[in-house]
Design a protein around this ligand. Structure first.
Ligand SMILES: NC(=O)C1=CN([C@@H]2O[C@H](COP(=O)(O)OP(=O)(O)OC[C@H]3O[C@@H](n4cnc5c(N)ncnc54)[C@H](O)[C@@H]3O)[C@@H](O)[C@H]2O)[C@@H](O)CC1
Ligand SMILES: Nc1ncnc2c1ncn2[C@@H]1O[C@H](COP(=O)(O)OP(=O)(O)OP(=O)(O)O)[C@@H](O)[C@H]1O
Ligand SMILES: [Mg+2]
Length: 329
């Protein structure tokens, strides 16, 4: 197997630590609950309850004030039992649970149940542990269309990428969308959009073309190094993380992109005033920040737990890893 060339002429190694220092908000006694960010994860079904939990709790541990999960009824009790910190809405439905003649009315109810909360959120994460039930994915398409109408940023991961790869219009041309594909998800995306195989010889160029073809959305390609492009620039985060490839690390990343891109938008980094040489797109800034922190936390967790390192250990290291880069006081 060919190794991806991590840094080429067309991809800059990002200064993730400087970006983190620029976007992480300082504590301010006049701030009230919610101002540091409210995110929502759309995901969690019968099979997968860990993924939405990992994404939602990571956003909270990094510094979001509120983190919601919209999942199926089967998943809700389980996710609530992992943490009292999360606000869990048992609103999604899978086909096995409903009759055909109920589908239209239930679909409208699902959208209404999510829509009444939507304007509160700074960012949605669509897909961790969502599953691939066709009825459920149709409902999630409607939720994404609604979020887009309201200009709410959307991070798409996991089964959300399965949905989007087959329905590119959901994100195409939406500058507030970030896709975070793993190796398989990226392969499917490249085959669908560029109609070719993955080119690891010139990974940054291919990612640039892909992001352009989907109308300038941000894509974070996960792997040995994380490569990030919005069709204008390509940045690489290749600082060493952990050799452990346990499931769930991508879920930490998607929750982290949600909160960091919200902070980047808040601070209006788009002007470039705050940080010399940083990218102007806040979704790119948030992606670089998330990748940098996840890798540092994974490295710290591996240092402690070695072969036994699990995703929950990495989540426990998010706080100290961020503290080493941006001290709380
Ligand atoms: N604890 C949990 O609840 C977790 C749930 N997860 C969720 O699981 C769902 C599926 O995500 P995955 O990342 O497993 O999906 P993928 O489509 O990446 O992979 C599915 C499985 O099939 C294998 N596979 C797929 N395509 C392949 C190919 N072309 N060649 C060889 N093997 C291939 C993969 O290795 C993997 O085991 C998502 O909703 C995701 O969020 C994961 O996030 C991991 C943790
Ligand atoms: N080969 C690798 N070497 C070093 N780090 C890696 C490697 N592959 C992935 N990573 C890191 O792990 C993070 C998660 O990527 P991964 O490919 O495991 O996502 P995923 O398959 O979506 O995970 P999940 O199990 O949560 O769905 C990436 O941000 C990246 O930093
Ligand atoms: Mg994943």
């Amino acid at each position: 197997m060919q190794a991806i060339k991590c840094v080429s002429g067309s991809a800059l190694e990002a200064d993730g630590q400087s970006i983190l220092r620029a976007i992480v908000p300082t504590f301010d006694p006049f701030r009230y609950k919610g101002q540091a960010g409210k995110v929502a994860v759309i995901g969690g079904c019968r099979e997968y309850t860990g993924a939405p939990y990992f994404a939602a709790i990571s956003a909270l541990k990094i510094g979001a004030d509120l983190s919601h999960v919209f999942c199926t009824k089967d998943a809700a009790g389980v996710i609530k039992s992992y943490s009292p910190e999360l606000i869990v809405h048992p609103v999604l439905e899978e086909s096995y649970n409903i009759r055909d003649d109920e589908k239209s009315i239930i679909s409208s109810k699902v959208l209404a149940d999510v829509a009444k909360w939507m304007e509160r959120f700074d960012c949605l994460v669509v897909g961790p542990g969502l599953g691939r039930d066709p009825f459920l994915l149709d409902c999630v398409s409607e939720i994404m269309k609604h979020a887009r109408q309201l200009n709410i940023p959307i991070v798409v991961d996991g089964d959300g990428l399965f949905l989007v790869t087959n329905n590119l219009d959901l994100v195409s041309g939406y500058p507030l969308a970030v896709l975070t594909p793993n190796v398989n998800e990226y392969k499917r995306l490249v085959e669908k959009v560029l109609d070719c195989e993955i080119n690891d010889q010139d990974a940054p160029e291919q990612l640039l073309s892909l992001a352009r073809r989907v109308g300038g959305i941000t894509i974070l390609r996960k792997g040995k190094c994380d490569i990030i492009s919005d069709g204008e620039t390509v940045h690489v985060v290749s600082v060493f993380g952990s050799p452990r490839r346990c499931g769930g690390q991508g879920d930490i990343l998607s929750g982290s992109v949600a909160i960091f891109s919200s902070w980047a938008r808040q601070q209006n980094l788009a002007t470039g005033d705050n940080l010399r040489g940083s990218p102007s797109n806040p979704m790119v800034v948030g992606s670089i920040a998330a990748s940098t922190l996840l890798r540092k936390a994974a490295s710290t967790a591996f240092g402690k737990k070695k072969r036994a390192t699990l995703t929950t250990d990495i989540i426990e290291c998010l706080g100290i890893s961020l503290e080493e880069i941006c001290p709380a006081s």
